[in-house]
Design a protein around this ligand. Structure first.
Ligand code: SF4
Length: 341
């Protein structure tokens, strides 16, 4: 390859997918890290002296996130403390293996690690849920439970922030998905770099503008240990379509990823559009747009042998819950019904 575009005198070893620059390894590391530093400082993601839980799956995104945060914290004196927070969904042959990588991250980056499991939190592993519901809607259960599990973990650890490894490709995919679904509520908030969790612990996305391909390159050239096997229960069909579409568009013009994110950031939801109002779930206290949050409804379905409850239309769920309320005992100590809460 030719000389590094930064005229440092070294030979270029890669062409940046994001900018097309031909760079040597060291100049790429510097450019990649500086962009994340710029993202963090411009959005004022962290208050100095804070503790940050890094959502860690063992995959490339969370591994690079933990590594870069540690580097930037040292280099720019953010004065932050980090804890790795992992969720064990109970997927044999996938999560058990990837958790070994997280443990390696814990040792390599000298960050404490907390693992929260679906089995402990909900009484079900994903293996058991898939046995119950099949392979069609498994990602709905998993996604809803994981989001809540991370919030519960952050609350338990009493951290100030929860940092997730969402990258630019993930966010562009989500914008596309929400447009295709006509989901205005999610569209209006999916590009936010900071969002509030149920307990008011902000969730932040330091890799929001980092391209997936560059994250892979960074991990490769830094020789970071990460887990790259796909979940045995994937793919999530709908996101899969958005991903394929995005990858096709990226081949035509790599800046499409940033264009979609910027378009998503600029979309203003018409004030007359009906938006959900947030409240606390009457059963678990988690923030929800309904009286009973999605996780409690899904769990209720699993625990009562009606696993499709919460998967279908919300009107059907409402009807089913109303019927349960009619037959409810009124709230004895043994009662598991939603209506008793
Ligand atoms: Fe969970 Fe689906 Fe992701 Fe597997 S692919 S970890 S089941 S959300």
């Amino acid at each position: 390859m030719s000389e590094c575009s930064r005229k440092c005198g070294s030979t270029a070893v890669l062409k940046r997918p994001k900018t097309g620059d031909k760079l040597c390894k060291e100049c790429f590391f510097e450019a990649f890290e500086n962009e994340i530093h710029f993202t963090i400082t411009r959005a004022k993601l962290f208050r100095p002296g804070s503790t940050v839980a890094v959502a860690a799956s063992g995959g490339k995104d969370s591994t690079v996130l933990a590594y870069v945060l540690k580097e930037l914290n040292r280099k720019y004196k953010y004065n932050l403390k980090f804890i790795l927070l992992s969720i064990d969904e109970g997927i044999t042959g996938y999560r058990d293996d990837s958790l070994e990588t997280v443990k390696q991250n814990r040792d390599d980056y000298e960050m404490p690690l907390k693992i929260m499991s679906y089995k402990d939190l909900y009484g079900w592993t994903m293996d058991e849920i898939v046995t119950e519901i099949g392979r069609k809607n498994n990602c709905t259960f998993c996604g809803v439970f994981r989001r809540q599990a991370l919030d519960r973990g952050a609350h338990l650890l009493k951290v100030d922030y929860l940092a997730t490894g969402h990258n630019a490709d993930d966010i562009a995919e989500t914008v596309l998905m929400n447009i295709l679904r006509g989901d205005l509520a999610r569209l209006s908030r999916c590009t936010s770099i900071i969002t509030d969790s149920a307990d008011g612990i902000p969730r932040v996305k330091p890799l929001k503008y980092a391209y997936e391909k560059e994250i892979v390159m960074y991990a490769y050239f830094k020789k970071l240990v990460y887990f790259s096997t796909e979940c045995i229960f994937s793919p999530n069909a709908y996101r899969g379509h958005a991903r394929v579409l995005l990858k096709d568009l990226e081949k035509i013009n790599p800046s499409i990823i940033m264009n979609i994110i910027h378009s998503g950031e600029s979309i203003k939801v018409n004030e007359t559009s009906k938006m959900p109002t947030l409240q606390n779930c009457t059963r678990c206290g988690y923030v929800s747009s309904q009286d009973i949050c999605k996780a409690c409804i899904l769990l209720e379905g699993l625990n009562t042998g009606e696993p499709k409850l919460g998967i279908g239309k919300s009107s059907k769920v409402k009807k089913s819950l109303e019927n349960r309320a009619k037959t409810c005992c009124g709230g004895t100590s043994q009662c598991n019904s939603l209506s008793s809460t």
